[in-house]
Design a protein around this ligand. Structure first.
Ligand code: PMP
Ligand code: GLN
Length: 378
């Protein structure tokens, strides 16, 4: 991989170059609501084109608060919401708000690729705690052992990218109580909160420790519009103010027509969101069935639109990076190697596949992965 290029950019570039089926970078090819696109188009032609307020349009801040009250039973007010340019900016602003030079931030491995670079940009050091397969949890003891006097925050991601795991009630309770005991901020990346695939419900750390949690969301995932880059943080007023102080000099604001459109999307009825979840379950089942028939061994997914495949258990001796490079060039299918999410980047035996795709793409992707397994397997 070219130094400095994210794995998603790298693999999507190779997928285009080789005309491959792209099950790598996570973006859906279905599911965006027509009324949200229409609301965005109307907003552009009816005057929503100048700087909006720094913390976001009142329409969207109200819609985010209502959404979380309705869907997660959280006591959120519009004043606690700050609109950001995607969850990525929300993460950057949150990390920079609570950690600086000489501080430590606890990250769970595997971790979304942006976390560690953002912690280092803030001048702080990541301290790693491993999530343990198959269900990707960390024990209270392991988390406690990583805390030092320099620890300022933990970054938690549930549902989890790339593993598809969901933090258990026990892990979340441990994080809340350790955060209270050591005066830590919980930066809670919940962009996958509506993509629940299994029986375990989404639990927000904000429901357990509202006074010290920065809850992060993204319209990219909620409304299947990943390129829009509209996100937000939710936090109690003092914490929200610290994040706002950073946000105002990072991006200051986010395009207002998109904010109006996202507010429309968050106001869609529960039935729309529930149907979206059901559609993802069908897509997961379709891809999983086709791959299992082809001899692949898969890990369970509880949330997110990713599933993990075990190369070694599927009879493939290649490491994840080597397999992904070979598969995109020689078998015409792109996947993401787990090593891109690991602290030391050593090759692993797992690849991540995105199933937020139409049936035709899933079927073609599975066919090519099955051929790749035969080609590269032992
Ligand atoms: N956090 C996680 C866990 C993600 O998976 C993603 C994108 N898939 C982001 C943050 C970034 O979200 P956004 O595109 O809204 O910046
Ligand atoms: N979050 C998306 C994924 O995990 C990709 C985001 C990006 O391309 N930076 O696939």
């Amino acid at each position: 991989m070219q130094a400095g290029t994210t794995i998603f950019e790298h693999m999507s570039g190779l997928a285009r170059a080789h005309d491959a089926i792209n099950l790598g970078q996570g973006f859906p090819d279905f599911g965006w609501p027509a009324e949200v696109l229409a609301a965005g188009a109307t907003a552009i032609t009816t005057g929503y084109n100048q700087y909006p307020p720094m913390r976001g349009l009142p329409e969207l801040r109200r819609a985010v608060a209502d959404f979380y009250r309705r869907r997660q039973g959280l006591a959120v007010t519009p004043e606690q919401v700050i609109v950001t340019s995607g969850a990525t900016e929300a993460l950057a602003a949150s990390i920079m708000a609570v950690a600086g030079t000489g501080d430590e931030v606890i990250l769970f491995a595997p971790a979304y690729d942006a976390y560690a670079p953002l912690v280092r940009r803030a001048g702080a050091q990541p301290v790693w705690v491993d999530l343990q397969p198959p269900d990707w949890q960390a024990s209270a003891e392991a988390i406690a052992a990583a805390i030092t006097p320099a620890t300022r925050a933990l970054v938690i991601n549930t549902p989890h990218n790339p593993t598809g795991g969901i933090a258990s009630p026990a892990m979340l309770a441990a994080i809340a109580s350790l955060a209270r005991a050591h005066d830590l901020t919980i930066i809670s990346d919940e962009v996958w909160e509506e993509v629940i695939i299994g029986a375990a419900p989404h639990i927000s750390p904000f429901s357990l420790a509202p006074e010290r949690t920065i809850k992060i969301g993204s319209a990219g995932k909620l409304l299947a519009l990943t390129g829009w880059k509209v996100g937000w943080v939710v936090a109690e007023p003092a914490l929200a103010e610290r994040v706002a102080q950073v946000h105002q000099f990072l991006t200051f604001t986010t395009p207002p027509p998109l904010q109006v459109a996202v507010a429309t999307g968050l106001d869609l009825p529960d039935a729309w969101y529930d149907a979206g979840r059901a559609r993802f379950v069908v897509a997961r089942d379709r891809l999983a069935a086709a791959l299992t028939t082809g001899g692949w061994v898969l890990l369970p997914t509880a949330g997110s639109y990713f599933l993990m495949a075990d190369l070694a258990a599927s009879g493939i001796g290649l490491g994840d990076h080597d397999f992904c490079e070979a598969a995109v060039a020689q078998a015409g299918v792109a996947a993401i190697p787990l090593c891109a999410f690991m602290p030391n980047a050593a090759q692993t035996r797992f690849i991540r596949l995105c199933f937020a795709k139409s049936d035709a793409v899933l079927d073609a992707g599975a066919e090519r992965l099955n051929a790749a397994r035969r080609q590269f397997g032992t």
